[in-house]
Design a protein around this ligand. Structure first.
Ligand code: SAH
Length: 338
């Protein structure tokens, strides 16, 4: 049997052969809408609960849980059935609780400033492995309600589209999360953006831009050589026209690299026509990248420069830096279990 959240309704029907027909729906809703383990589905006969619990093992086994920000940031390192390691981060804010979910074990995009990119690609996550990250966060967030999901963990969601999109649909249709609270972040895979524009669900899209001229972006984000800025901006414009959702650009501020007046001007020239919102992230330190992030004063200056150029920019609150849970720090370091 597949894992708990990789099981389809057909798999459940097979497991529940001989039971009344409504059981499939009951179990499916228990897993997705009420988000409880089969063992806790008290509406089922006890023997059936045990049978389901054993037949539908979770895909994610906790290898380590780290907590920071007075309990408001929780990071899990999960070990998957084949030993692959991925991470998930749950963040509580005054007005919302957001989970940052991984879409791949590792990443093939090779952005030098990102810890996941430094480590390379391991494998695609399955739809169930993605959905289960959300389910775990829902359980852990209680009594608070998990409100937002961002695909901003390890991996490039658009490079695993066929498994990521069904996961998004399940979060929406079966777990009850609204499309405007679901965000896909991409390094800028143009065919993926075009596919997303054709989907029914209007989810949010964030594009990790980091550089607004091709010379610099080729260096920082190697996939830019395949999908240069002109094509990327065309795809973003089409996405906006199709969806009418707010588009955001992520910009990790790196001292002396992309935090100068000229960078703000180039960025504004791309963001303004699209009405894009800019998320500034002071670069978080990673083992394989020596250049430091822009200091706080420079970050404010860059934000103000964008503001003066008519671009709405906010500085992303940094969460979980000391547990390596901040943007770009996820690398799923193996732990010594003693
Ligand atoms: N591959 C997707 C999803 C990852 S999201 C994407 O690129 O959008 C992770 C976000 O953190 C991206 O915007 C990424 O560019 C950014 N990031 C990567 N390394 C970082 C670092 N060291 N400091 C701050 N942000 C970083």
């Amino acid at each position: 049997m597949p894992s708990r959240y990789d099981a389809t309704r057909e798999d459940l029907a097979e497991l529940l052969a001989g039971e009344p027909a409504f059981r499939v729906r009951q179990v499916w809703d228990g897993l997705h809408s009420r988000v409880v383990a089969p063992a806790a589905m008290t509406e089922l006969p006890a023997a059936l609960r045990t049978h389901l619990d054993e037949s539908l093992p979770p895909a994610l086994v906790v290898a380590r849980e780290s907590i920071s920000d007075d309990g408001d940031t929780i990071k899990w390192l999960w070990r998957l059935h084949d030993g692959a390691l991925v991470e998930t981060v749950l963040m509580h804010y005054a007005d919302r609780s957001t989970v940052c979910v991984s879409s791949q074990a590792g990443c093939a995009m090779a952005c030098g400033f990102c810890a996941t990119g430094q480590a390379g690609f391991e494998r695609q996550l399955t739809t169930g492995e993605i959905v289960e990250q959300v389910a775990r966060a829902v359980e852990r967030a209680r009594p608070r309600r998990l409100s937002n999901v961002v695909l901003m963990g390890m991996g490039e969601p658009m490079a695993n589209y066929d498994r990521v999109w069904p996961a998004i649909v399940r979060m929406h249709d079966d777990m009850g999360l609204s499309a405007r609270h679901l965000t896909i972040s991409t390094v800028g895979i143009v065919p993926g953006i075009r596919r997303l524009a054709g989907e029914d669900l209007p989810v949010n899209m964030a594009v990790s831009l980091h550089a607004a001229n091709d010379t610099l972006r080729d260096e920082m984000v190697p996939i830019n050589k395949r999908y240069p800025l002109a094509d990327l901006m065309d795809a973003c414009a089409d996405y906006l026209a199709a969806k009418g959702r707010r588009l955001s650009f992520e910009w990790a501020l790196i001292a002396g690299v992309n935090d100068r007046g000229r960078d703000a001007e180039e960025l504004a020239a791309l963001a303004r026509p699209l009405g894009a919102h800019v998320n500034l992230i002071p670069l978080n330190p990673t083992p394989g990248y020596a250049t430091p992030g822009t200091p706080p004063e420079g970050v404010r200056r860059f934000r103000d420069a964008l503001g003066a150029l008519g671009v709405n920019a906010t500085v992303r609150q940094n969460r979980g830096t000391e547990i390596d849970a901040a943007c770009g720090q996820l690398r799923a370091t193996a732990v010594q279990i003693t």
